[in-house]
Design a protein around this ligand. Structure first.
Ligand code: UDP
Ligand code: MG
Length: 320
């Protein structure tokens, strides 16, 4: 029997783009159903991430027009990663595989065929990887590339130029469910799951309408999350730096004492002030880095739910 595919598509204030892209998603699903590659029980499942515009009304009307559309609405805006997790977790028992993608048409819909083919050949996870970054600004391209290098240096296993466009089998999703941390950085967790994986290349288009929800501030916070959720190297680096400075200071102290004994007293003010500034700077940064980790621990110990579902439309009961 052909497998059931769910497209998991987070949407936040996307009233401008949803009417355009929803048709494309449905056409793709229907063409795969007609080709006999996936079952007719497949769905295009939108996750409304607490939108404040008409996004949910649009999802509701799509669901009433065609049973291949489904919707999950979150009670609050929880951010892209949590909306994605919600979608993946809520549908994992209803299908054989999911493909997560953005709703703005940036992820080339034709890569879905390749992903499904890889699944049929036996892959449990298929990563959509951008073949180029032509549609990005120079700034985004350069910062993204340096970020991937930095992450690797920090020991985080991440697939360059892969965002959240990927196929996951229900087995891989069950493994993902075991990662119950509140700070989720899917791009880092999923390569850790193991399983047989494959890559499908695609070129990323411009947004079809509306505007991005990832301004520089959110991009930076995702970047910091990526590092601190997977690596304690920054903490170790502080220790190493501390030790280095301690050794240097020790040498400096001996130099000063010897200088004082042989009567060669330093004039001193400038060097003292410089050292003071330098060291307090380093201390502040170090405290900040440690604080970042303590913040993470604080959030994790509270064990708060990652999302709260408000409404589900057109979703069948779980399998089994
Ligand atoms: N998104 C979301 N919650 C948010 C922000 C974004 O569900 O708080 C969704 C958004 O609707 C889109 C996807 O996440 O489907 C990626 O967002 P966007 O296109 O704004 O990011 P970009 O492609 O510019 O990085
Ligand atoms: Mg986008």
């Amino acid at each position: 029997m052909a497998p059931t595919l769910y497209l998991v598509i987070p949407c936040y204030n996307e009233e401008q783009v949803l009417p355009v892209t929803s048709k494309l998603f449905l056409d793709k699903i229907m063409s795969l159903v007609n080709a006999g590659k996936i079952a007719d029980t497949s769905r295009v499942c939108f996750i409304n991430d607490g939108s404040r515009d008409k996004t949910m009304d649009i999802i509701r009307s799509l669901c009433s027009e065609d049973e291949h559309f489904a919707g999950i609405s979150l009670a609050h805006n929880k951010g892209h990663q949590n909306a994605l997790i919600c979608g993946l977790m809520e549908v994992s028992d209803k299908c054989d595989m999911t493909i997560s993608m953005d709703c703005d048409g940036q992820d080339d819909i034709n890569a879905i065929d390749g992903m499904v083919d890889e699944y049929i050949k036996g892959a449990e996870i298929v990563f959509g990887v951008r073949s180029d970054r032509k549609t990005d600004t120079w700034f985004k391209r350069t910062t993204a590339q340096s970020y991937y290098k930095f992450l690797r240096f920090m020991g985080v296993d991440i697939i360059p130029d892969h965002a959240d466009y990927r196929l996951m089998s229900s087995r891989a999703l069950k493994a993902l469910a075991g990662y119950s941390e509140v700070n989720v950085f899917l791009r880092g967790i999923i390569p850790q799951l193991g399983f047989k994986t494959a890559i499908v290349y695609y070129s990323r288009a411009e947004r079809m309408a509306g505007s991005t929800h990832y301004p520089l501030k959110k991009m930076l916070s995702l970047a910091v999350d990526g590092i601190t959720s997977f690596s304690i190297k920054p903490l170790r680096m502080i220790t190493t730096l501390g030790m280095l400075i301690a050794i240097l200071s020790f040498i400096g102290i001996i130099y000063i004492i010897v200088g004082a004994i042989i009567g060669n007293t330093a004039e001193g003010w400038a060097s003292t002030t410089i050292l003071l500034c330098f060291l307090s700077g380093i201390q502040m940064v170090s405290l900040g880095v440690i604080g970042e980790y303590i913040g993470k621990i604080y959030m994790e110990t509270k064990r708060r739910p990652r999302y709260i579902v408000d409404e589900e439309i057109n979703l069948p009961e779980d399998k089994e």
